[in-house]
Ligand binder design. Structure first.
Ligand SMILES: Cc1ncc(C[n+]2csc(CCOP(=O)(O)OP(=O)(O)O)c2C)c(N)n1
Length: 334
């Protein structure tokens, strides 16, 4: 597994920024959980609690005009792309001020303005879309990179293989990042996949190197992210990265996750990046007051987002067919 030989090679500001991202993500999702339990978050929701270091490491390595595509477990990726927390919280609550006007909800967060090209609930569906975004960037010569996050379950979907193959043949600027949290819904990935690393072990089939990284270590993720995003931007083509991580809770809010051995859950929770990373930063000389202030600011931001969301009305029924298609309307229906 890739580990950072010398985390001090990463500048302190970047490491502090990664902790800020992890804290904002963790506290945002904790609040989303509370609001879900109060019946305010509509539909279901899938939290990435425990997995945040993957998103934070990539966010720190990306340019502001790069693209992110993710799954229904995509709150954190969209937030760390720079989408405003107020609008994301409002979207979870189905409010008019939501980032998709309250019509997308938790599983469909999208903000093209921030390069967040969608959250996809059909497992694996977005990998070919990421290839399209990367192809477009290559054709336009913009130097943009598409980073595509997906779960281990997607590695057994046909679209995964088609996307990898086309991206490799055309040397497209796309980074495929498998967040391997060991489970696809309620099934351990090892029960349905014969390889140890469901994503990385398949890389050789496409002429790529399979990269495996500790997805709970922000420094290690950042190092791999810098390499893979940089290679894509410099015309070096795609990469396939498998980040080993774990969701602390069940698959969705409807799932208590009791099928997982308690020792396994405890072992992964003991490696929680939200707890371990600030400890490492303190050991490396970061002022504890800086880290405490980051948490306090994130708490205030979450409070503000919650109040702004609950103050916003639900969308008016008259907008139900607007913004369904790229032209902003559905005139063909009339
Ligand atoms: C094509 C498709 N098949 C089945 C499902 C039902 N389904 C929803 S989530 C899920 C498991 C996905 O696991 P994984 O890709 O590992 O992502 P994770 O939830 O672990 O982040 C399945 C099978 C689906 N949404 N799409």
């Amino acid at each position: 597994m890739a580990t950072t030989a010398d985390p001090h090679a990463i500048d302190e500001a970047t490491r502090v920024a990664m902790f800020r991202d992890i804290a904002r993500a963790r506290l945002f999702e904790q609040r989303a959980y509370d609001l879900f339990m109060k019946g305010l978050v509509k539909g279901t929701s899938h939290l990435a609690t425990g997995q945040e270091a993957v998103a934070a490491g990539y966010a720190a390595a990306m340019r502001s005009d790069d693209y992110v595509l993710c799954t229904y477990r995509g709150h954190v990726h969209t937030l760390l792309r720079g989408a405003p927390m107020d609008a994301l919280m409002a979207e979870l609550l189905g409010r008019a001020s939501g980032i998709c006007g309250g019509k997308g909800g938790s599983m469909h967060l999208t903000s093209v303005r921030h390069g967040a090209l969608g959250s996809y609930a059909i497992v694996g569906a977005h990998l070919p879309i990421a290839v399209g975004a990367a192809w477009s960037a290559q054709a336009r010569g913009t130097g943009q990179v598409a980073v595509c996050f997906f779960g281990d379950g997607a590695t057994n979907i046909g679209a995964f293989h088609e996307a990898l193959n086309m991206a490799a043949v055309w040397e497209l600027p796309v980074v495929f990042v498998c967040e391997n949290n060991l489970y696809m819904e309620y099934t351990p990935i090892g029960e349905v996949t014969a390889t140890e690393h469901p994503a990385a072990d398949r890389a050789a089939s496409y002429g790529l190197e399979g990269l495996v990284v500790d997805g709970n270590d922000p420094d290690a993720v950042y190092e791999v992210a810098t390499d893979t995003v940089g290679r894509a931007r410099d015309g070096g083509g795609p990469s396939l990265v498998e980040a080993k991580t774990y969701r602390h809770g069940g698959h969705s809010r409807a799932d208590p996750g009791t099928y997982r051995p308690s020792e396994e859950v405890e072992e992964w929770i003991s490696r929680d990046p939200y707890v371990r990373y600030p400890e490492r930063l303190r050991d490396d000389g970061v002022d504890p007051a800086t880290l405490e202030a980051i948490v306090a600011e994130a708490e205030a931001e979450v409070d503000h987002a919650t109040n702004a969301a609950t103050d916003s009305p639900v969308p008016d029924p008259s907008v139900i067919l607007t913004n369904v298609w790229a032209d902003g309307g559905s005139s063909w229906r009339k």
